[in-house]
Design a protein around this ligand. Structure first.
Ligand code: NAG
Ligand code: NAG
Ligand code: NAG
Ligand code: NAG
Ligand code: NAG
Length: 646
């Protein structure tokens, strides 16, 4: 009895012991191969700003941060170490530097690898990944610095559902084997260096919902059979070098919602939808910046889900279909830069959700339909450079409730700037009436457009001084009044008020006027962010003030063809972003400050036809400019001019 009991106890203890040991094998201590693989991954990374890898110590790898195991087999199934770490109360962008070790392929039961957005991972995608990790469902290596080709073995990952390799430096032809990944639903390869053509095999990926290869160097045609992708919702092939016509089969993309084919070299007609009940979900369409020709087909207006579309910068011709008003969901229309002719259809007035309409640079004619005025939500209207020959700005425009960005450049507008722009229901943010035949003065009330950000009245025949009220435009960022007949002192533009230190003004062009006086007040006021300043072809006198050194954002300065004089301020050398400096045709005297050698971004210099003397500072960039940059200064010598005699 006793012996029997003892044996039973021994057996029980052994059983417990074995169970515990087995349990440890499954739940705790890592499988040798997995441990080897994980330690290999860790060893190849020399910097981890998140500190997560630091905690990868010991043998209990299933408990390591970002590692998950199967609770039955104890094998590692997931590595989750994304760069962007977030919880309910913080977001932290971490970085890892080092190589993506091929030893990751030792971890043979991996289903998910998320090493996305770590910024600094380098090296290749392990060539044998397809042979070794046959359980992989999600592979995220986006947002790193990986290079080399996408290995052909990838086609063996038959369980793969998501492949996200975007934002790396990957190159090499896209492998044909990608077409074998029949479970793939997201294929994101954008923002890499992939050359060559899109493999036709991709059209076999019958579960693909999202295909994004934008921003690569792809050439050749869009696969003819692309329409076979019946569940595809998002297709982005923009920003490549794709050629040929739009495939006929596009119309067959029954689930498509986002279609971006812009910024390629595509030719031929817009051929979709082929019939009226196709592509019914298409909401976002970009075909801009291609070489598309022909008319906008009337079937196009059957795309009733369209919200935003851009056909800009192609060679489209003919009239805008009269049925445009059927696109009832549309909020943004971009048709600029084509050869569209005829009138804007009246039906456009039905597009009650429209926020943005841009048809500039076409051949559109008058009359402008007053139906536009019923667009209650329209914020931006850009009709610049057509054949409108408006003569006057239509009065109804000044009554549109939401309109705040008005672009009517090159529209044949005559007479004075109309008063009704002063009292529009929505404060004007941007106004472009350039290249018209405006006469009279710049109205004082402009200063009361308190939200004005951009004002372009260039290339008109305005005769007046700059109104003092301009200094009230606290949000002004862009002021372009070039090529008018403006006179009087220029200095007030430097006193435009601002809520913030630093200022909002970025761009000032007052060139080709008759403005006079000095510019000593430059950078005395709050405006210190100016990056483009063109005061050329005026009657300015006095000196370039040394305060100019405070314009620390300036890239382009042109004060040529004036009567400015005295020495060049040495402080200009502090304006390190300066790329273009044009001081020619003035009366500057003295030597060129040697400090100019600090202007390492300077690419264009013209100080010809002044009264400068002495040695041109020796070294980059000053010695590298052509002779013509310095000519017409009798007293200058040294490279690139003739050697100095002293
Ligand atoms: C084991 O994993 C499965 C699937 O991940 C889960 O449903 C189950 O609750 C887990 N079992 C234990 C004991 O943790
Ligand atoms: C990417 O890697 C290359 C070397 O392969 C290196 O020169 C470059 O600085 C890296 N870029 C970033 C953003 O880390
Ligand atoms: C579009 O789909 C229909 C029906 O599946 C098919 O008959 C037709 O050939 C397809 N068209 C193109 C251009 O692929
Ligand atoms: C102002 O209009 C002119 C003529 O239309 C154009 O050339 C210029 O680029 C515009 N200025 C700005 C800052 O956009
Ligand atoms: C400044 O304006 C003049 C006249 O409008 C123009 O010819 C010149 O190119 C402009 N300078 C720069 C640097 O843009």
């Amino acid at each position: 009895m006793v012996i029997k009991k003892l044996i039973w106890i021994i057996i029980s203890v052994m059983f417990i012991f074995i169970t515990v040991a087995e349990c440890k094998g499954k739940m705790g201590l890592c499988h040798k191969r997995d441990l080897l693989g994980l330690n290999g991954v860790k060893a190849a990374i020399h910097l981890d700003t998140s500190g997560r890898l630091e905690k990868w110590v010991g043998r209990d790898c299933c408990k390591w941060y970002g590692v998950s195991c199967n609770n039955k087999t104890g094998r590692v199934t997931e590595i989750n170490l994304p760069g962007l770490m977030s919880s309910s109360d913080f977001i932290f962008q971490s970085k890892m530097e080092g190589n993506l070790s091929p030893s990751i392929t030792l971890i043979s039961y991996l289903e998910i690898i998320d090493l996305g957005g770590l910024i600094g991972l380098t090296g290749n995608i392990p060539p044998l990944i397809g042979n070794r990790l046959s359980n992989l469902r999600k592979l995220y290596l986006y947002g790193n610095n990986l290079s080399g080709a996408l290995p052909a073995s990838i086609g063996k990952l038959s369980k793969l559902e998501e492949l996200q390799l975007q934002e790396n430096s990957l190159s090499g032809l896209l492998p044909y084997s990608l077409g074998m990944l029949l479970n793939l639903n997201r294929l994101l390869l954008h923002t890499n260096q992939f050359p060559g053509s899109i493999p036709e095999s991709l059209t076999k990926l019958s579960n693909l919902q999202s295909l994004d290869i934008h921003g690569n160097r792809l050439t050749g045609r869009i696969p003819e059979n692309i329409g076979a992708l019946q569940v595809l919702k998002e297709l982005d092939l923009s920003n490549n070098f794709l050629t040929g016509k739009l495939p006929q089969s596009l119309s067959n993309l029954t689930s498509i919602s986002v279609l971006y084919l812009d910024t390629n070299l595509l030719q031929g007609n817009i051929n979709f939808p082929a019939s009226s009940r196709q592509m019914m979900s298409l909401s976002f369409l970009r075909l801009h910046d291609n070489h598309l020709t022909g008319n906008i087909p009337t079937t196009f207006t059957n795309l009733v889900s369209l919200q935003r579309f851009s056909l800009a910068n192609n060679m489209l011709e003919g009239e805008i279909p009269s049925t445009f008003g059927n696109l009832l969901s549309v909020t943004e229309i971009y048709l600029s830069g084509n050869r569209l002719s005829g009138v804007i259809p009246k039906s456009i007035g039905k597009l009650s959700l429209l926020l943005h309409l841009s048809i500039s640079n076409n051949l559109i004619e008058s009359p402008l339909p007053s139906e536009i005025s019923s667009l209650q939500n329209l914020q931006t209207l850009d009709l610049s450079f057509n054949h409108l020959n408006l003569l006057t700005i239509p009065k109804w425009l000044g009554r549109m409730p939401s309109l705040s960005r008005i672009f009517l450049a090159g529209s044949g507008i005559k007479g004075e700037i109309p008063d009704f722009l002063r009292t529009t229901p929505s404060p004007i943010l941007e106004l472009d009436l350039s290249a018209n035949h405006l006469t009279g003065s710049i109205p004082t009330w402009l200063g009361s457009l308190s939200m004005l950000y951009s004002l372009n009245l260039s290339r008109n025949s305005l005769v007046s001084t700059l109104p003092d009220s301009l200094t009230k435009l606290q949000d002004l960022g862009v002021l372009d009044l070039h090529s008018n007949q403006l006179s009087g002192p220029v200095s007030k533009i430097f006193n435009i008020e601002n809520r913030f230190d630093g200022g909002s003004l970025l761009y000032i062009d007052l060139s080709e006027n008759s403005l006079s006086g000095g510019i000593e007040e430059m950078a005395i006021g709050k405006q210190k962010q100016i990056s483009y300043l063109n005061l050329s072809h005026n009657h300015l006198t006095g000196r370039l003030p040394s305060s100019i050194g405070k314009l620390e954002a300036m890239k382009i300065l042109d004060v040529s063809y004036n009567g400015l004089g005295f020495n060049l301020p040495g402080s200009l050398a502090n304006v390190s972003p300066l790329e273009t400096l044009k001081l020619q045709e003035n009366k500057f005297t003295g030597e060129i400050p040697t400090g100019f050698l600090k202007l390492r971004n300077l690419k264009e210099l013209d100080i010809s036809n002044n009264l400068l003397v002495g040695r041109i500072p020796v070294g980059k960039p000053m010695s590298d400019f052509p002779k013509s940059s310095y000519s017409g200064n009798k007293g200058l010598c040294g490279k690139p001019l003739f050697p100095c005699k002293f």
